[in-house]
Each structure stands twice: as C-alpha cells, then as structure tokens.
Design a protein around this ligand. Structure first.
Ligand code: ADP
Ligand code: MG
Length: 612
C-alpha cells in the first residue's frame, strides 16, 4: 500500500484508543476538565454502564463561544503554550486530546457559558464527521458535556466492554478517586436518574472524614493514622491504616502526586517497606496519601492517561515517604503485637546482647510517651468516629459514661494503692500460664505474654542493631557472581548505597563481580541470592530493603528465643513491668500475621453483657 496521511477523524479515533478505554475513562477526563475549570460543584449522570449516557455538568469558568469548536480539536488546549510550561503545570490536563478523542467515538454535545456571556452556546457532533455551528441556548455559567452511545462507530471497542454493572463500578471508582482528592468540590452522582451519592464540599476535618468513611468505610477512618510531613520541598499529607486494618488486596490505596492519582512503583515500595515489620506478606495496607512537590521534580508526561509519573530523584522521594510512614506507624504505640512465626532454630550465630531482661522493672520505663493515645484502646463503639459524628446528645451520653467508668477506676486505684493511670492498666492475674489479665480506666485487657515479650525484645534488638548501623564482615574467601549489564550499571550507580547496606561489591571484569563484605548478621545466607535481590530492588525501585529484611528475620528469631515461654509463672510486679514496657514499645501493631498481642474488653461491653 502507498504511504498516506491518516485522515484527522481516523487519527483521533486511534488516539482515542489510548485515552478512552471505557466509559470510566470518559468520566475521568471530563471530571479533570471540570476541576481544571475551578468548578465548585460537579454533577454526573450515568445511564446503565455509561455507554448510553455520560453527562457531566460543572459551575466552572466555562469555554468562550469562539473557542467551543476549537476545544474538540486534537491538540487544542488552554493549559500550556510551550514545552517548558510542563515544568510548572498546575492543571490536570495539558495534552488537548480528551474532548477530541471522546467526540470522535460518540454522539457528543458540549454546552458552555462564561461569566461574560448572557447565554450559553452549544455544539453537537456525531463522530466528529460533520460541520457544526454554535447554537445559543440557556445554561448557567459553567459547562455541560453529554456523551451518548459511546463507541457507536468503533464496534471493536464496544465488544470489549463488560457488563453495565462492571462498567459502572469502574466509573464509581474514578469518581471516588477524584472525590478523595478534591474535598472542596461538591460532587453528585446519579445512575438511571437515581441518586447514588451527593457529597457537599468538605472543608472541615469532620466533613472530610465523613466523605472518606463513605468511600473507604467507617472502619478505615477508625483505624487511620494521620500523616503530615515536610522535608526538602517534599510534602506528604493524608491517612494511613493501622496494621490492624490490613486487607487481602491493594484495593484501598489512594496515592496522589500533586493532586493527580497515580500508580507508582517507587512509592508503593516505600510504603510496603514501612509496613514490612507489622504486616504479613500477603496483607496490604490502606492509605490516602497526597504527595506534593515542585512540578519541576516530577515528569507527568509519561503516559497518555497520565497514570504514571517519573521523578527526577526517585530515591529521595522513596526515602521521604518510607520514613514519614514508618514514623507514624512507630509512634502508634499501644497497639501491641507479637513477632512473626519465624523458624525458631539457627540462632547460634546471633551475637547481639541478650541481656534484655524483660521482666525487671526499670525506673524510666514507667514514663508514658506523649504519643501514647489512650483512644487506641477504646473499642469501636467508643471510637474516634463516634466522637466525630455523634450528635450533641450522643456525645453527652458517651462522655457521661466515660466519666462514670473513670470514677469506678479511681476507686479501684485507691484500693491498689497506686496513683497514676496507665493506658495498659494494672495486672490482676495470670491466666492459663499464658495471658495477663489487667484492668485499665475503660475496661479489661488480656495480654498474650509470649507475643508481647517477643515484640518488646525484637524492637529493642532492632534499635540496638540500627544504632550501630549495619556492620559488615569481610568474607575470608571473596565470593564471585556473574552479572548482566543491568546489574553492572546498578553497582556503578548505587556503590555508596550498597556500602550503607553493609555490602562491598566490586567488578572483576565485564560480567563478573566479587563480593568482599556482607552485613554482619548475615553469615549464613545464600550470598548470591541475597546480592541479586538487593540489585533487583535497586534496579526496580532505586532502594533495597533486602538487607534489613534478612537481619530483621534473624533478630526476630533471636527475640523469640529470649522471651518468656508459656507457663512461666510471673509475679504481679513482673506483669506490671511488662505492661509498662509494652506502653513504651514502638510499632506494637499486630504481629506480622495480624495477631494482636492484647485485646481490650470495654467496661461498657461488660455492662451490656450483664444488661446493666
Ligand atoms: P486538556 O484538558 O488537555 O487541555 P481537553 O481536550 O480535555 O484537553 O480540553 C480542551 C480544552 O477545552 C481545555 O484546555 C479547556 O480549555 C477546555 N475545556 C474542556 N472542558 C472544560 C470545562 N469543563 N470547563 C472549561 N473549559 C473546558
Ligand atoms: Mg482535559
């Protein structure tokens, strides 16, 4: 066939293939346009799964009459003029492709009115193959886009669509993502003329949490830890779940970079690493995170649907997010946990100081960290959300109950002869040689002794180990490994990082490298596998936690061996000492397979059981 230029319609339809995959992609593009137009309210109407009708109306700045027909041409945009503008981009759109793509594969109506016009103007196109003119029509200031019969002229695409229900779920998903990052915008969604949801603008924290709980569920809000951090021009805000709210899929993970929802391997890895110690391998954390950084530091022009970005310094961003999340998780003391079920053999080569006498009370262990928030003990009925959403009356009621409980407790404390309140309360008895029964202001606490001791010992060993940084040991016989060119490049680029991980690796010749030093604790591992894991991490994410994973495993085994066993008799003082240490231990959370180290039974619940 001779070479010919594609006609503009065909070119648009091909481009539409990239941008408009399904009805949800139309909704995403239209919502982003409304946000860029500074809308304060957006309403969305869907019929069936969106193929029949998608209508998006906003009260934004509108499109002037003269620009209406231009707006649906390919590469027509008001958001950038020259390439450099990408570096200071503040809008979600910039490619000038969405309206052209959508209108080339649907029956498309655009109505808009700016504040300088008395009426709105409307254009209608069917697969963009007609001439059209702007017709005056009544319309409030803002823009309405109506997309009917999506893919009516590209039957191949239509065949790939799923059921209406599935397509609608995808649309909801898009709207949820947008709703979570644009709290100031009111959003309403109707399907087949029935209201699905209607969000008012959410400005206060309470309103924001209300919107989040609607989208992510109340349990997420109850289990969410706030994150707010800033360093070197990077800012992160949002909420991450306590480990107790892990999920079996990564379905509640919302990550935004400069307001744009993205999937990013570097950041996912950073978050996974932050949770590594408190979540089992097959569980996923939940989060809503907003990362803000100068547009110069991130390239958004990587993917047609703008789902991916590239960082100028991905390592810096990785470490920033990792530390921010880790700090919040560590500070969530009081949600105690046990260690993983690491194999308990092979600890002979551990050389850590084992004099961690867990049971001996120490003076300074009686201090309670300011980060220790008693509300983590309250059960769901008394939880944070309750106080956020309780009616005034309800609030009074629960407040009264709380005071009542405190009075009981005070009387009990007097009996015991102790003065200060402790979040984990005071030990009453040891049950079945395995559990500690304790009482605090708000109810009873049962602690799994062994799991609790393990967690305390593990955290202590880790901080001791970290304080000495990762020490290396020189191998008596250097270890050689063949390598490929990617791994070679990686060693050149990350030499310093490798040394920080306790590894000394050098090139012998073009396809062989030699390992001279490895981290101190890791003398018994498969060196080749370990080095390959580290290099693979560095190639993929620009960071590696393979070294930490290995040492943590060993420290975990070690901690397990030096913790109290079941059926070990403990005195009340020893039990109280353990409770005080638990209060001080970082990253209590759940054990790595989600088992708690303690549970709380609220006095309210006990009263209810006895119908009091
Ligand atoms: P992009 O958003 O990448 O600029 P689009 O094809 O989505 O490209 O939109 C083209 C142009 O039409 C936009 O740059 C904007 O000027 C205008 N536009 C589209 N939707 C709206 C809207 N809802 N309100 C105001 N202007 C809009
Ligand atoms: Mg756009």
């Amino acid at each position: 066939m001779p070479i010919k230029l594609l006609n503009p319609l065909l070119a648009s339809q091909i481009a539409a293939g990239e941008v408009i995959e399904r009805p949800a992609s139309v909704v995403k593009e239209l919502l982003e346009n409304s946000i860029d137009a500074l809308a304060s309210h957006i309403s969305i109407d869907i019929e069936k799964g969106g193929v029949d009708l998608i209508r998006v109306r906003d009260d934004g700045v509108g499109i002037p009459k003269e620009e209406l027909s231009l707006s649906i041409l390919r590469y027509a945009t008001s958001k950038i003029i020259e390439f450099e503008d990408l570096e200071k981009l503040v809008t979600l759109g910039f490619r000038g492709e969405a309206l052209a793509s959508i209108s080339s594969v649907s029956r498309f109506t655009l109505i808009s009115r700016t504040k300088d016009q008395n009426v709105g103007y409307k254009i209608f196109v069917e697969g963009q193959n007609e001439t059209f003119e702007e017709k005056p029509t009544s319309h409030p200031i803002g823009t309405s886009v109506e997309v009917r019969d999506l893919f009516f002229n590209v039957s191949a695409r239509r065949k790939f669509l799923r059921s209406d229900q599935t397509e609608f779920r995808q649309i909801e998903d898009v709207i949820n993502k947008i709703a979570l990052s644009n709290f100031a915008i009111g959003l309403s969604l109707k399907r087949n003329n029935r209201v699905v949801y209607d969000f008012d603008a959410a400005n206060t924290l309470q309103q924001k949490l209300g919107r989040i709980s609607h989208i992510c569920g109340i349990a997420f809000v109850e289990q969410a830890l706030e994150i707010d951090n800033e360093r070197d021009g990077l800012k992160v805000k949002g909420w991450i779940s306590k480990p107790s709210f892990s999920r079996n899929q990564a379905d509640l993970q919302y990550l935004y970079i400069n307001g744009r929802i993205v999937k990013d391997k570097t950041l996912s890895h950073a978050l996974r690493s932050a949770y590594r110690d408190v979540l089992p391998k097959d569980r996923y954390p939940s989060f809503i995170l907003f990362l803000e950084l100068s547009p110069e530091l991130v390239d958004v022009n990587v993917h047609p649907t703008k789902h991916e970005v590239r960082f100028r310094d991905s390592r810096m961003v990785h470490d920033f997010i990792y530390h921010a999340a880790q700090r919040v998780l560590s500070n969530a003391k009081g949600q105690f946990a046990c260690l993983s079920n690491q194999p308990q053999e092979n600890h002979e080569f551990c050389v850590c100081d084992a004099n961690t006498n867990l049971l001996k009370p120490k003076e300074d262990e009686y201090k309670i960290s300011s980060q220790f928030t008693p509300h983590v003990y309250l059960e769901q009925e008394n939880s944070k959300m309750d106080s956020h959403f309780a009616t005034e009356n309800g609030k009074d009621e629960s407040f009264k109950k709380e005071i009542e409980n405190k009075i009981y407790y005070k009387a009990y404390e007097k009996q015991l002869g102790v003065e200060t309140n402790k979040p984990m309360g005071y030990a009453l008895a040891q049950l079945y040689g395995t559990y500690i029964l304790a009482q605090n202001e708000t109810g009873l606490i049962l602690v799994d002794m062994h799991a609790a001791c393990e967690r305390i010992a593990y955290e202590k060993l880790k901080s001791d180990y970290d304080a000495n940084k990762i020490a290396s040991q020189t191998l008596l016989i250097p270890f050689t490994i063949t390598c490929n060119s990617k791994e070679e490049g990686c060693i050149k680029e990350y030499g310093e990082d490798l040394r920080n991980l306790g590894l000394d690796i050098e090139f012998l010749n073009h396809d062989t490298l030699v390992v001279r030093k490895i981290p101190f604790l890791l003398c018994d591992i498969d060196i080749e596998q370990f080095v390959r894991d580290v290099l693979a991490d560095l190639v993929e994410y620009g960071a590696s936690d393979a070294s930490k994973i290995q040492t943590d495993k060993i420290l975990a085994n070690f901690a397990c061996h030096h913790s109290v066993r079941s059926n070990q008799k403990m005195t009340i003082e020893e039990m109280n000492s353990l409770l005080r240490q638990l209060e001080q231990t970082e990253r209590g959370g759940q054990c790595s397979h989600g088992r708690p180290t303690w549970v709380h039974i609220s006095l309210d619940k006990i009263k209810k059981m006895f119908m009091r």
